[in-house]
Design a protein around this ligand. Sequence first.
Ligand code: MEV
Length: 433
Amino acid sequence: MTPIVLPRGFRRLPLAERRAALADALGCELPSALCGDAETSAVADLLVENAIGTFALPVGLATGFRVDGQDLVVPLATEEASVVAAASYGARLLSEGEGGAGIRTEADPPIATVQLFVEQPHNDAEHAVRAARDEIAALVDDAVASLVRRGGGFRSLTGQRVGDVLKVEIDLDVRDAMGANKVNTAGEAVRPLLERLTGGRTLMAIVTNASRRALVRASGQVPCSRLGRGGFSGAEVAQRIVRAAAIAAADHDRAVTHNKGVLNGIAALTQATGNDTRAVEAAAHGWAASGAGYAPLTSYGMSGGLLHGRLECPLPLGTVGGAVGAHPVSRFALRILGNPNSRRLAAVGAAVGLAQNLAALRALVTEGIQQGHMRLHAERLAFDAGARGAEVREIATALADTGRMDVATARQLLRTHRVAHPNRQQQASDDRD
Ligand code: MEV
């Protein structure tokens, strides 16, 4: 098969015609899952260029969260099996601790930073920028007036040489926005003034995704007695979790995987709320790498029969603006969370990251994660073989019993199953409807 060629002027076509042209070029219908409904199609068309449809991800509800004394159900959008179940499990463990408050969190004010890099500044440029602080602040606030009306805007300014370039960093309180757009607007607005003040030329003005001023922390504890599994006592599992975290602190490659597990939950919440997963992951990895080496985002210790867990990282999440406000699913996800402000959403994200990591570590240091994955793999094979509704579990169980994990066996089992339970097929198709 050869790759398709789009007709000239494709990007100027309305969405329906773009789809028709694509179907024409492919010589086949577009999948209905791509085309979705009218509303999501319209949002897709608004959000990206050359839109042809949407890629829907499963959204699941992680349960069992108690964050700062508040019970929460957390929507997670992810294609990865077991993320929702693991987050829920970790949440239940952590939510019993801390005198009933569950996971405790603390989020810094929502500060985002724009960096401007000015080339060939004169010798006194740093001083000139600092001396013009009020003028720069006024210009910034003017550029983001709607933010200022909501209590945000300019907060601080620094200037520093990086080689022969002057780096100017301006911090803004971005309130409930994720902030990148606002600070980029502010950065571009002050460019001409900075050039006048420094005698140099601005190479670029752009948000830094490091987001180190918007840190969030989550901590929780679990009675060790609750952790026993797979022949290990609770105390042994707790010790093994502490050792696993210590290994992540000592070994770069393990730390990367450890943090990937943390981000499984955080990125899924980020996705469900329409936020920028790349910004969140860049900030988390940047933070992890900001010390002597690349470090794990969580740490664990034991005392008084309790396992204590802690997470700290930047979490640049918004609850207004961009896709967050535009997408019906992100608005709905925020509604499930009780319409939090951005700091509370970040706090929930940190709680999810900690719960996700605890559940992963507990599985890893006991029976491993493959056992759970095999069940999901069997269910996937059953689905591929045509099982639907309750049949999926039944065929998956039968498949696991045979020890032959392939779709042909699943098909065979399904045929036999349907002969033995003719009504189940009807029920499965009812489930589908
Ligand atoms: C898999 O998506 C995540 C884990 O690898 C995380 C970890 O190893 O800590 C299980």
